[in-house]
Design a protein around this ligand. Sequence first.
Ligand code: GRG
Ligand code: ZN
Length: 313
Amino acid sequence: MGELAADKHVKYILAVEKRKDSFESAVLEHLRMNGAYWGLTTLDLLGKRDVVDSNEIIEWILKCQHESGGFAGNIGHDPHILYTLSAIQVLALFDKLNVLDVDKVSTYIAGLQNEDGSFSGDIWGEVDTRFSYIAICGLSILKCLDKINVERAVNYIISCRNVDGGFGCTPGGESHAGQIFCCVAALAITGALHYVDKDLLGWWLCERQVKSGGLNGRPEKLPDVCYSWWVLSSLTMIDRVHWISKEKLIKFILNCQDTENGGISDRPDDAVDIFHTYFGVAGLSLLEYPGVKPIDPAYALPVDVIDRIFFSK
Ligand code: GRG
Ligand code: ZN
């Protein structure tokens, strides 16, 4: 096993950003706002946020804002709650939340709450606990949680809890590590973690570690680096990280690196992408890997950024 090829990953992220005509950027075109969040957060975790021009990025983010207050994945596209959170997160990363019309953005997010407390992703109405998390995380960063009915939002999330201790995307939906992250993080942010059966959920989550040391997202599925985030952040929030082998997971993540050209893939020997590069580095951050800044498991932003938002005068 090698070490984390941090410098190579920085170069890879910068190259993806520049290669606007490549296959990967064509695929990412409509969700460039997410790509910006993944890439820039990874750079920051590696202590390299300053290698990009923040003014240029902020200018572009503001051009992605729609008159409704929501943000799109790219200029001229339709707004969605998903990209709105990424825009808020990137601005938080650069300490530039002050460029936002907070009332407008928070009104857009709050307007997506339904009668039963759930959230839709956009005007088309798809409902998912992913959107509950996004709304709660975004509004909390903007200090506007009072714009929604938090009690109903929490009750809806609880209605998606399963007998195995996990959570699904809607009531009755199968437990999946990605949805568990969303529900646990939303409950953590709203101070409602007492609704989680930590031992039962911790057991389900730690069973996600397979022989190779990697984590899967559901029973019988293949391991994938992104679950180093979805599973591990959930275990961290419920204080059960010591229920998996940290060493084995570190080894699995490092084995998924392209040590020549940078980037991290979902599994050893697969092609790298910016999504798994972020989740690999974020996972290593939760595993306290040397040289990687600590990340907040609920807000998915570096701890120093969260401290600046909530604890500076
Ligand atoms: C700020 C970190 C952050 C997230 C924003 C978008 C979002 C909120 C959360 C997404 C949560 C989620 C559902 C993640 C799972 C993504 C994933 C790898 C899905 C794949 O599922 P399958 O069933 O793959 O295709 P498996 O691994 O089960 O074979
Ligand atoms: Zn994955």
